[in-house]
Ligand binder design. Sequence first.
Ligand SMILES: [Zn+2]
Length: 73
Amino acid sequence: MEEWPDGEWKVRMLNGSSSTKNYRCPGCDQEIRGGQPHLVAWPNWTGGDEERRHWHTACWRKRLDRGPGRSRY
Ligand SMILES: [Zn+2]
């Protein structure tokens, strides 16, 4: 669990070895290739379980630096 200015988020690190699926990172809009370590995060509030997102670890860390006008995901 991590605390952010926009609320509490559950974060799970994935080493990538368990998945060969590609995901799109909402932080940089680039693909996360299957097998690449990354993380999955979802909000710790009602309905948050449906908002799971896969992120590059670095993009998650700086997601609130991207300024206003961006989706908060
Ligand atoms: Zn990214």
